[in-house]
Design a protein around this ligand. Sequence first.
Ligand code: NAD
Length: 433
Amino acid sequence: MKVAIIGTGYVGLPTGVGLAELGNQVTCIDREPRKIEALKAGKITLFEEGLEELFHKNIKAGRICFTTSMKEGVETADLVIIAVGTPPHPITKEADMKYIHAAATELAEYLQGYTVIATKDAVPVGTGDDIEQLISKKNPTAEFDVVSLPEFLREGFAVHDFFHPDRIVVGANTQRAKEVIAELYKPFKGKTNMLFVKRRSSETIKYASNAFLAIKIHYINEMANFCEKTGADVYEVAQGMGLDSRIGPKFLNPGPGYGGSCFPKDTNAMAFMGRVNGVELSLIETAIKGNAVRKKEMAKRVLDSVVNQKTPKIAVLGLAFKGGTDDCRESPAMEILGEILAVPGPRVTVYDPKAMENAKALLGDKVQYAQDAYEAARGADVVVILTEWNQFKKLDLAKLATVMHHKRMVDLRNTFRTQDATAAGFEYVGVGK
Ligand code: NAD
């Protein structure tokens, strides 16, 4: 199948590479010439485990190409996938649809023959109808259907999740469009759950899923607070809860609050839709508020650990919003750093295995940058772990303690067991224990 993907970000690029690997002819379109030039030159523009290898393999096989030209990608395509981003509106926090609307309007004039247009973005309910109208207005003779094809991949596991999805949800209102999408996902037939639903249901499923996961994180963070007051251990509590198959063990890790490019924006967008439709979505509203408070509380936990020092040195390990990605968008680490840097006194040195470049664009010269965790910790009064990178689990705690001025650790990801950290000489503070 000939597929055009509009947007080569954290969703568009892995999807394009994955579809090429399945044998489709893929054209990736992005309006940022810098990205397209890099991709054309064989340089990958984001970090995802396993992506680079597949990217080179499919370029070599001639199954994937890159362009800034909408015409080039769209006019021959059987399927056009939109993955351009729906960031929160700066004032209302609803999903800002300017990129989707621009992409739909731009692509309209190049449609030739019957084409399916699919949205991969999380989009407000009714977006499919809006796209139909925009395209028909610009190109009244275009023959097309719009489907909702929500993406559920996890950043950091995008390649794995592309080839092993939990489910594929297709929101299509016509049989013809359903058949095109069924053909695209033929390699997954019998291997995963394929759910064909109404387009509006599909649009809702994406938001309802992300909001549910955000609520689950908020819930376990509240349980962590409760355990800290009562002497229980939230890990044991989560383990006991997770063994109930109705609850499940995932998303029961307490931490500094949820972040990233999806949960904050999608919970806010859903809450906005609830308000607009006069429907009370109180659990989502509570999770949003609680998550904002959580980051302030965690920043206070860090500052409390050095409360008696005028100019403490704080070493921060982890900047990405979670392990396995270089993405710092809405990262709890960034928000907690913001709170710390707003207070006079602390000098901060940071290290992240993959996110240093993205972090530099946000933090500039407000912090020092280290080459590794030990360099960050040198002379520090406290080391703070903000992202759950696997490589932090492998740190030599005794070596880390040796290079520090005061041996203190605030481990907001519960990377270490209390007894291991204290055995290495640390005054240790974790979460929920
Ligand atoms: P991103 O910001 O990384 O990428 C969007 C890309 O689209 C950018 O490269 C931008 O230049 C390009 N673009 C914007 N408008 C364009 C236009 N008119 N023409 C051509 N290119 C255009 O975004 P992302 O993280 O890939 O997310 C995309 C969507 O996928 C989001 O709306 C999100 O809801 C959904 N999603 C994201 C994830 C995730 O883990 N990031 C997971 C599931 C779903």
